[in-house]
Design a protein around this ligand. Structure first.
Ligand SMILES: Nc1ncnc2c1ncn2[C@@H]1O[C@H](COP(=O)(O)OP(=O)(O)O)[C@@H](O)[C@H]1O
Ligand SMILES: [Mg+2]
Length: 253
């Protein structure tokens, strides 16, 4: 059976109205990402990468267009359904880790667990998860400021995974890390992808993008799709995109 699309954007536009004039951060982006894919989003600074990721993660709402996650139109979801989506289906990893500074590493991971389960983790899920990323109980008692960047990012990955989401969205997750630590984080993400998770990663680093099956390039808020080197099919055929640079002779526009 061929994989099903888990993320679908149809003509998604995001405009920030500013006194100096509208900023079109996303311009009619149409794309599709299959369950289990590892996709990199690349492009120059200010091209709309974070805006695109924030739409997928419903951290922001589009000005127009439609977005489906696992087949459900997220523009039509109730607040309760959106909270559920964020807690159960999506995991977030950011460049600056975004851990809560007053909580310990353990408590940072425990927080979304409690939000979902409404009861303490008596089964030791959190400790095991942190341990699998090299954060032992002594380290887990530290606050983020007492951990290295790599340790903080591993805690952030554990936090993103604690509710077992199908999709991980990552905005420059290695941007604040040295090369060796960044490589370890990319290997961790690859391992998670091999175990079935869909990964969407924003990066400006071509080395990071080599871990992905496919790269979506954003320029001035417009997306073009490039297939993995091994793929012989036209990417626009799979995605339904009408703005696919490699396939431009075949595209509708
Ligand atoms: N909250 C905002 N208000 C106004 N303009 C914004 C806002 N967020 C992003 N932008 C603008 O949208 C464009 C795309 O930004 P962004 O998605 O952050 O780019 P990237 O992540 O590729 O660097 C840029 O021109 C940026 O200045
Ligand atoms: Mg960005």
């Amino acid at each position: 059976m061929s994989p099903a699309p888990i993320i679908e954007l149809e003509e998604v536009t995001k405009i920030y109205p500013l006194a100096s004039g509208d900023v079109v951060a996303l311009d009619h982006v149409t794309l599709s990402i299959d369950e289990g894919e590892f996709v990199a989003i690349m492009g120059p600074s200010g091209s709309g990468k974070s805006t695109l990721l924030n739409q997928i993660g419903r951290l922001d709402v589009p000005s127009s267009g439609r977005l489906r996650i696992a087949g459900a139109d997220i523009g039509r979801m109730t607040d309760h359904e959106l909270t559920d989506l964020r807690l159960k289906t999506l995991g977030y990893i950011f460049q600056k880790f975004n851990l809560l500074p007053l909580l310990t590493a353990f408590e940072n991971v425990e927080y979304p667990y409690l939000m979902k389960h409404r009861q303490n983790d008596t089964a030791g899920v959190i400790s095991r998860l942190l341990g699998s990323f090299g954060i032992d109980p002594a380290l887990a008692a530290h606050r983020p400021a007492e951990l290295s960047g790599g340790q903080q990012q591993r805690v952030a990955i554990a936090r993103a995974l604690v509710n077992d989401p199908a999709i991980l969205i990552c905005d420059e997750p290695t941007g604040n890390l040295d090369t060796k630590t960044g490589t370890q984080i990319m290997e961790t993400l690859t391992d998670l992808n091999n175990r079935g998770r869909t990964i969407v990663i924003v990066t400006h680093d071509p080395t990071v993008a080599t871990y992905a099956d496919r790269t979506i390039t954003i320029r001035d808020g417009r997306a073009s799709l490039r297939a993995a080197a091994s793929s012989s099919s036209w990417p626009c055929a799979a995605s339904g995109s009408t703005s696919c640079a490699p396939c431009s002779p075949h595209s509708a526009s």
